[in-house]
Ligand binder design. Structure first.
Ligand code: MN3
Length: 223
């Protein structure tokens, strides 16, 4: 009987550790700290429910293939078409969801700390003509994304900055996405990101976003 318990406990411990490759990240601020631009209930549900579901579903898909659990998420996303066919869609949706939100939380900061840095400002002027023009282009990408998806500021290998948009939980790292580059900034335009605050008014979500962008994070990603 004792031995059975020991075996059972060991089995549970092994299954727990092997299931726990990706974990829901902690936020660097409180759920209410982005108010009045993004309310605490939206942040709580978005992080604790939506992001947690992507994380759990990603782990569940990868658990079928233990060798994949040793790979970094970026490498997995860059090579989704090489994954076993039965988990490609699950990893595209949930691996994308896991990683996009991991970045998204870092792209946000309480409004008092959302000051654009000189380095980012210079890069935006150099690539888009002005900060206003960059924001217009970013908003156009976000507004014209039909249904759910993301707007991104990326840096191509040439160093050039570009605004792109992807559907669902795709991102500019994925082989499916034609316009690739390193991600500098991203905005979630799924309705779950803004419905409680702004209902169907995506434009208001965009206006709010500019008040809570973590430009220091953007600067840290600039090459
Ligand atoms: Mn989301």
């Amino acid at each position: 009987m004792k031995r059975f318990f020991l075996l059972a406990i060991t089995a549970v411990l092994i299954s727990c550790t092997s299931n726990a490759q990706y974990v829901l990240p902690e936020l660097n601020y409180g759920y209410a700290d982005l108010e009045p631009y993004i309310d605490s209930t939206t942040m709580y549900i978005h992080h604790n429910n939506h992001h947690a579901a992507y994380t759990n579903n990603l782990n569940a898909a990868l658990n079928k293939y233990p060798a994949l659990r040793k790979k970094a998420i970026v490498e997995i996303l860059q090579n989704i078409d090489e994954l076993p066919e039965d988990i490609q869609t699950a990893v595209r949706n949930n691996g994308g969801g896991y990683y996009n939100h991991l970045l998204f939380w870092e792209f946000l900061t309480p409004p008092a700390q959302s000051n654009m840095t000189t380095k980012v400002e210079r890069a935006l002027i150099q690539n888009f003509g002005s900060v206003v023009k960059f924001k217009e282009e970013f908003e156009k990408a976000a507004m014209s994304r039909f249904g759910s998806g993301w707007a991104w500021l990326i840096q191509e290998d040439s160093g050039r900055l570009k605004v792109v948009s992807t559907a669902n939980q795709d991102n500019p790292l994925m082989s499916y996405v034609p316009e690739k580059g390193a991600i500098l900034l991203g905005l979630d335009v799924w309705e779950h990101a803004y419905y409680l605050d702004y209902q169907n008014l995506r434009k208001k979500h965009l206006e709010a976003f500019w008040e809570v962008v973590n430009w220091k994070k953007v600067e840290s990603l600039l090459k």
